[in-house]
Write a protein that binds this ligand. Structure first.
Ligand code: SF4
Length: 683
């Protein structure tokens, strides 16, 4: 019963990970209206200001419509034949000179599942390397690592429909009212209808106004905060003894560790009053169906994976995961298809469906499907690719849909890496910061012009359909990757995106029950879905966890401090994040009406700090860190805590990611975007 409105194309929003179903109306190649689908499985007739109005970029005169090739220092328009010949010759020369591991690709959530499947297949089959990674490295890679270690699979544990039935919400390090507005509204609705609410976030984010308890930990102290909450759960008997006995492991080690995290000590580390900590733990621990929802405020830290696992401990102690007694642990994915990009194996250590490349049995299954040997050595992660480029070991890099020069941390060093790499290929909509550093720029389709699927934050596959034609000579990522393979003498197979999803299901059993035809019929289907006749698992682990022993694993990682601390020179802590009208580097949302809604980036700072550093509301300031500097407009208020400042990364021209550091999660290399020591200078 999924029927689009008349003359509309039903597709899935290409901005945040909520995955709103949209009916797009177009005329003469232009999008004239976007209507939220009333039968949208997640959005139920709602959409936010991004999904509804940020479509003007499609016909922007700045769209790339022809390939560009660097000649004599400048990028010049060329035909596809010339561009493909240059790319294929360059990749072949890199492999000949430095071996397959001297080539790497960075994919992204901009690409559909089918695009991502083909990109990783290209790198493994045509180039012969596992050097492929995607933008989840920079946001939710600690979720994948942490949730897999605790429960067995990398996705959130419950469907959002289930979360909406919770009687207590613990929302951590997320600002869904701005970053995931449709979910934010649904969560708020739940609270207004009686659910308890604990918000743990350094800032007074929108939902904090409605919270029973708002915990404001110092940035970088999450692990101590979660251990403090767990300490209270144990001390007050707010745990599920039967569940702990029958379905978990690691309780003795965790109990020993938690003895060192009484509320008073945790208050000293985090700045959260002990009484608030106890009140929050009691609210979560005494609820009948508590849910944990979290965002990048948990993951983008030096100890992000420890943060995810320590947060998961709370649900395990309470017996609130894999049972009717709770709604689990659920990451809010920032980008439309960041879950799917990883699901499809655009990662250096796993193949589609998360089988490890180092495992011969996993490789053998892929080799049976692809007909060629698959390399067994895990490839480079994104930061390692840049390091390899700077050291001369990387000879070619293909960046697909990710503006790494604007969104990756320590951006000056990223630009240096691209400058040192002999061949940089960039697939893009616009002449982005990264495209300006490229040797070849390939014009590609946006989410409104392509065919395939996305996976949203609660693991639902949904269809993406072209609503408007491609501009000029632009091609889809799917066709571009196939064309490069053909130019290199290899037929990648998979003539259509539907073929690619079918092939993926053949080597990854968790996706075997999915197909475009089925999604056209049913609208949305969650993975795991091994059987075309079964509905897919919206709620995970109801019988056993997917770990090797079938148990949920409690983690006993001690609190360790963040990579940077304030000092006399850099006395403030910068936290970066999202604002309501824009999306990531803003390349799409800044080209249209949304710019009027949110026209510049602000540096939010507390009025006490404004007085201390003589900053006036509305004046332009310089922000300096140990890594670089940026220019922003000061906005004085009370949303940030004293000693902290906040800004977005939607306006690359302000240079925010020249400030952020190289510190990264030890397990996953996810950057510590949430803790950078800075100073504010009025000049
Ligand atoms: Fe929905 Fe997110 Fe798109 Fe907004 S940006 S319409 S909340 S999917």
């Amino acid at each position: 019963a999924f029927r689009p409105a008349a003359a509309a194309t039903r597709t899935t929003c290409g901005y945040c990970g909520v995955g709103c179903a949209l009916d797009v109306i177009a005329q003469g190649g232009e999008v004239t209206a976007v209507l939220p689908a009333r039968d949208g499985p997640v959005n139920h007739g709602h959409a936010c200001v991004k999904g509804r109005f940020a479509h003007g970029f499609v016909t922007s005169p700045e769209r790339l419509t022809q390939p560009l090739l660097r000649r004599g220092g400048s990028l010049e328009p060329v035909g596809w034949d010339e561009a493909l010949a240059h790319v294929s010759r360059g990749l072949r020369a890199a492999v000949d000179a430095g071996g397959p591991d001297s080539v790497a690709a960075i994919s992204s959530a901009r690409a559909t599942n089918e695009d991502n499947y083909l990109i990783q297949k290209f790198m493994r089959v045509v180039i012969g390397t596992n050097n492929v990674d995607n933008c989840s490295r920079l946001c939710h890679s600690p979720s994948a690592a942490g949730l897999t270690a605790s429960f067995g699979l990398s996705g959130g544990t419950d469907s959002f429909d289930d979360v909406e039935r919770a009687d207590c919400l613990l929302i951590v390090g997320a600002n869904p009212v701005e970053a995931h507005p449709v979910v934010g509204a649904r969560l708020l609705n739940r609270v207004l209808h009686g659910a308890g609410l604990v918000v743990a976030d350094p800032r007074a984010v929108g939902l904090a106004l409605h919270a029973d308890v708002h915990l404001r930990p110092r940035p970088g102290t999450n692990v101590a905060l979660f251990h403090g909450l767990a300490h209270v759960l144990l001390a007050e008997g707010l745990t599920d003894e039967e569940f702990l006995c029958e379905r978990t492991s690691g309780l003795p080690e965790l109990t020993e560790l938690l003895a060192g995290y009484p509320p008073d000590r945790v208050a000293g580390i985090t700045g959260v009053p002990a009484a608030d900590l106890v009140a929050a733990a009691r609210l979560y621990g005494r609820a009948e169906r508590p849910a944990i929802v979290y965002g990048l405020g948990v993951t983008e830290h030096l100890h992000g994976t420890d943060g995810v696992r320590s947060l998961a401990n709370l649900a395990i102690l309470r017996g609130a995961v894999g049972t009717d007694g709770g709604c689990g642990v659920n990451p809010l994915r920032g980008q439309n298809n960041v879950q799917g990009a990883s699901d499809m194996g655009a990662l250096p250590d796993v193949l589609p469906g998360y089988g490890r490349v180092a495992d011969p049995a996993v490789r053998s299954r892929a080799e049976d499907v692809w007909g060629v040997p698959v390399p067994g050595r895990p490839g480079l992660r994104i930061p390692d690719m840049f390091a390899a480029a700077r050291s001369g070991d990387l000879r070619a890099l293909w960046v697909i849909g990710e503006d790494v020069c604007a969104t990756d941390p320590d951006a000056n060093r990223v630009a240096e890496a691209l400058g040192a790499c002999p061949l940089v290929i960039c697939s893009e909509l616009f002449l982005s910061e990264t495209a300006r550093h490229a040797d070849v720029v390939l014009p590609v389709a946006s989410w409104l012009e392509k065919d395939g699927t996305f996976v949203n934050f609660d693991r639902r596959f949904q269809r993406v359909r072209p609503a408007v034609p491609l501009p000029g000579e632009a091609r889809t990522d799917f066709d571009t990757v196939r064309a490069v393979a053909t130019a290199m003498g290899v037929d990648l197979g998979c003539a259509t995106p539907a073929d690619a999803l079918a092939e993926c299901g053949g080597l990854a059993p968790v996706f075997a029950g999915l197909s475009h035809q089925r999604l056209d019929r049913e609208g949305a289907v969650p993975w795991p879905c091994p059987d075309p006749d079964e509905p897919g698992e919206a709620k995970l682990y109801t019988e056993r966890f997917a770990t090797s022993d079938g148990r949920a694993h409690l983690a006993a990682a001690p609190y360790l401090p963040p990579g940077e601390q304030p000092d006399d020179h850099y006395p403030l802590i910068l936290v970066t994040g999202r604002r309501w009208a824009h999306y990531n580097s803003g390349s799409m949302t800044r080209r249209g009406g949304n710019l009027a809604l949110d026209p510049v980036d602000f540096l939010d700072l507390h009025s006490d700090d404004a007085a201390r550093y003589a900053v006036r509301d509305g004046e332009e300031v310089t922000v300096e860190s140990r890594h670089g500097r940026a220019r922003l407009i000061a906005r004085v208020g009370e949303q940030t805590a004293p000693g902290q400042v906040f800004c977005s990364f939607h306006f690359p021209a302000s240079g925010v990611n020249r400030l952020t550091s190289h510190h990264a999660d030890a397990v996953t290399s996810c950057p510590e975007y949430k803790v950078t020591a800075v100073r504010v200078v009025v000049s």
